[in-house]
Design a protein around this ligand. Sequence first.
Ligand code: PMP
Length: 285
Amino acid sequence: YDDREGFIWMDGKLVPWREANVHILSHAMHYASSVFEGERCYDGKIFKGHEHSLRLLESGRLLDMPIPYTAEQIDAAKAEVLAANNLTNAYVRAVAWRGAGEDMGVAARRNPVRLAVAAWEWGAYYGDAKMQGAKLDIAKWRRPSPDTIPTAAKAAGLYMICTMSKHAAEEKGCSDALFYDYRGYVAEATGANVFFVKDGEVHTPIPDAILNGITRQTVIAMLRDKGMVVHERHILPEELESFSECWLTGTAAEVTPVGQIGNYHFQVGQITRDVAKSYEELVRA
Ligand code: PMP
């Protein structure tokens, strides 16, 4: 992704894509002082763009790393990047991190908190087979406890085990991995939340140790608007066999049906299809 035409917004100005570099002694490189957002722009409008800017600021706050911009300034930076790269349907990545500076130790108050925004075209996250039902491995790692790491932040440090688990899943021919959490409850995938259907009702984990995805919140509201029952609750792995349908939600994943998790199988059923279609309509509305 480093060698292409275009512009990236860095610390207040647009820089040519290939020159959007940081110093190797950036604090973030050594200590994971980095938070980010993934957003999608549909037909020229970022879906829930402002909510993503607010979550980025909150992630920075949770890491004791205040980002020196307002949500409105971040919104404006995203619009500038999309325009500069002539994009109307794109993925938008904002990232804030502690840069290089006076400090090279763990404490780094004197190092600047920096912000960059990039955007590029990015199709279906799970590829062409999206509506066929993704196959998920069960991760050997667990989502950590909220008193171990700030699990409500969308922070780079939380993704170390995501990369490892996704690699392991892909080596087994799966598209992603499902995590259990530190208590053993069903948690989330490496970049998406998970939903299940049983007897026409929807079940999804409580976001007490996982990212409360913006897509997750959107889909729950959408289902309740339609009069469907949604249970946010702790889900045990033993329950997986009792569910008939399963899907993932996320900015990149959108609504992706799941056909298999480990040895458990699910149908790409009517509720999953309806949710996927309604979400597709909503993001372009
Ligand atoms: N969980 C994790 C670990 C994620 O990385 C993401 C993607 N940001 C999600 C859930 C879904 O979040 P959202 O719907 O806000 O994209």
